[in-house]
Design a protein around this ligand. Structure first.
Ligand code: S3P
Length: 427
């Protein structure tokens, strides 16, 4: 589907509520499915990725029902039952495949995990390696899906991860939950810690300190979970608010877990007008409202090191923001961006250049020289990547001439409500 975006000549105003956090929604379904008891999950994501997780656990025999479009009731005795054909689809979702591998590797049955074309190209050695050290038996197509997992009892490990990846860390911790002995993961920088927080909330014996987390075999007890809005989805609105002249609006009820708020720190470093209001805690996770206002004099900054895992998914839209900041914005240490739903460095540089952004590709990131007037007047390709499609839409709001976005339907992976929410602020 091709979407045409025109320059916005009026400011964005009002108030919106960002839908449910994708990372937390995945975990809520996974962990409640392996917990004992009944629970209600409020504000579950309507994105296709989280529905892949939900359908997968239904086919593993878990009783999951929708009470309304965003509320789930999950009832489990903590024991998964294999489906007749032992094959489970993860769709486009890397989080589903990598975390579920950690759960299935320690079961007393075999499984096959499949993915769509894009997921089948993404690297899985990063989880196969540590799981194999724990005694798992997994075969793959040269480190790619489909993954064939021979379920067996695993043993705990002490693992120094080369990557700051929450998917790798969570996979190992989930395998450790059901293994013999304790399991420790140490990562180079702290990645999002939703797994640690939720496992603790559900009663696991888990201890996290800085970049190190240790889990002992534990039983989980189901508990109701309320999910805050997704800061990654909010990032398109934060950017639009800062770059569309005269804008001033509030984004309500957004997750503000400090391992996810890198974008807010970057906006502050750039001198952007952003404020956090009504701080609160929702099921163990920090949350609040974000007020954002148009800022004429944004300044470039460097984004590197420990910043990266705290804003990895926001880098495409941060590139759009940086195009409107005076000076050179340098993004480095972000080589893993090449392993997302697309090669997000190569594809981003190619498409933003067409629009008129002065952007240069680097092996582990990119450099943007701002501020430049964006000409638009071109067709962009989203490469089946939801975050690229939404970033180009955000850029389109300030392009002199309209832009077309090919593959806009991929926004449904994480954020089906994206355009509807923008139209609320345009009125
Ligand atoms: C996620 C972790 C990140 C992120 C992805 C969601 C998660 O991936 O990019 O969108 O929910 O754990 P990595 O762990 O590969 O960095």
């Amino acid at each position: 589907m091709i979407k045409t975006v025109h320059k916005l000549n009026t400011p964005l105003k009002g108030e919106i509520t960002i839908p449910s956090d994708k990372s937390i929604s995945h975990r809520a379904v996974m962990f409640s499915s392996i917990a004992e008891g009944e629970c209600i999950i409020k504000n579950f994501s309507s994105g296709a990725d989280c529905h892949s997780t939900l359908n997968l656990f239904k086919s593993l025999g878990v009783n999951i029902q929708f009470i309304n479009d965003k509320t789930l009731k999950i009832k489990s005795n903590g024991i998964l039952k294999p489906a007749l054909n032992s094959t489970y689809s993860c769709g486009n979702s890397g989080t589903t495949m990598r975390l579920v591998s950690g759960i299935l590797a320690g079961q007393n049955f075999d499984s096959i995990l499949t993915g769509d074309e894009s997921l089948s190209k993404r690297p899985m050695k990063r989880i196969i390696e540590p799981l194999t050290l724990m005694g798992a038996v997994i075969s793959s197509v040269d480190g790619h899906a489909p993954l064939t997992i021979k379920g067996r009892k695993l043993k705990g490990i002490n693992y120094h991860s080369k990557l700051a990846s929450a998917q790798v860390k969570s996979c190992i911790l989930l395998a450790g939950l059901n293994a013999e002995g304790e399991t420790t993961v140490i990562e180079p920088s702290l990645s999002r810690n939703h797994t640690e927080l939720m496992l603790e909330y559900l009663g696991a014996d888990i201890k996290a300190e800085n970049n190190k987390v240790t889990i002992k075999p534990s039983k989980l007890t189901a508990k109701d979970i309320d999910i805050a809005g997704d800061i990654s989805s909010a990032s398109f609105f934060i950017t639009a608010g800062l770059i569309v002249k005269g804008s001033d609006f509030t984004i309500k009820n957004t997750g503000l877990n400090p391992t996810r708020t890198g974008i807010i720190d970057v906006v502050k470093r750039m001198g952007g007008n952003i404020e956090i209001l009504n701080p609160q805690t929702i099921s163990g996770e920090e949350a609040g409202d974000i007020r954002v206002r148009y800022t004429e004099n944004l300044k470039a900054c460097t984004i590197e090191g420990d910043d990266i895992p705290r804003l990895i998914d926001e880098l495409p839209v941060i590139a759009v923001l940086a195009s409107q900041a005076e000076g050179e914005t340098i993004v480095k240490d972000a080589g893993d961006l090449r392993n997302k739903e697309s090669d997000r460095i190569k594809c981003l540089v190619k498409e933003l250049s067409k629009i008129g952004v002065n952007i240069e590709e680097r092996e582990d990131g990119f450099v943007i020289r701002g501020k430049s007037e964006l000409n638009g007047g071109c067709e962009t390709e989203s490469y089946h990547d939801h975050r690229l499609a939404m970033s180009f839409y955000t850029a389109g709001l300030i392009c002199k001439r309209e832009i077309a976005i090919n593959g806009f339907e991929w926004t449904k992976i994480s954020f089906p409500e994206f355009e509807e929410l923008f139209s609320k602020l345009k009125k």
